[in-house]
Write a protein that binds this ligand. Structure first.
Ligand SMILES: Nc1nc2c(c(=O)[nH]1)N=C([C@H](O)[C@H](O)COP(=O)(O)OP(=O)(O)OP(=O)(O)O)CN2
Length: 169
């Protein structure tokens, strides 16, 4: 008999956040600061539990919504970029790339544990935070969490996180 696996997806209208960022690409090209109306979606795969669902999609929805809203109306900066150096004093956050410098009030910024604030990396951060937030409600029957981040109405970066073999990776 073949084994079944199941997938739950949440893709709600409220899963949007507006944020500013800039990335580097092609080695040393650094974008100008700009913004996106990002979209987010999430999926969990696994077997059915005793409720006959993979995960309560209300719990998944609420966790994704919380992490989405946390990013709204912020400047997203990378913590681990080799050349974009981000520092903060008690009032202002400064990002530097070679001779260029951007200064923001601290409250306007979120420094993400990423190398580049691409849609893929933002998806990875949201995935980690959703796993952390959901804790035990992501039961052992679940095998995969997938988070998608859309930068521009159809340009998705996706992170797939295994929930069994090595949940912390
Ligand atoms: N795989 C990825 N590719 C690109 C990413 C990314 O996160 N993952 N990001 C970018 C840039 O952030 C770029 O700014 C994308 O913005 P977008 O507005 O879509 O690009 P355009 O310059 O074409 O903007 P228009 O508004 O459509 O003119 C690039 N690649």
């Amino acid at each position: 008999m073949s084994e079944s696996s199941y997938r739950v997806e949440v893709a709600k209208e409220q899963f949007v956040f507006s944020a500013a960022h800039f990335i580097t690409f092609a080695g040393d090209i650094c974008e100008r600061l700009h913004g996106h109306n990002y979209g987010v979606r999430a999926a969990v795969e696994g077997k059915l539990d005793e409720n006959r669902y993979v995960v309560d999609f209300i719990a998944l929805r609420d966790a994704v919504l919380k992490e989405t809203q946390a990013l709204d109306h912020h400047v997203l900066l990378p913590e681990h970029h080799a050349e974009i150096k981000v520092t903060a004093d008690d009032q202002e956050t400064t990002a530097m790339f070679r001779e260029r410098r951007w200064v923001f009030p601290n409250d306007d910024c979120i420094i993400l544990p990423v190398i580049n604030t691409t849609a893929e990396e933002i998806a990875g951060v949201i995935a980690d935070r959703v796993v952390e937030q959901m804790g035990d409600s992501l039961g052992s029957a679940m095998t995969l969490l997938e988070i998608g981040v859309d930068e521009n109405y159809g340009q998705w970066g996706i992170c797939r996180k295994s929930l069994v073999a090595n949940p912390s990776s």
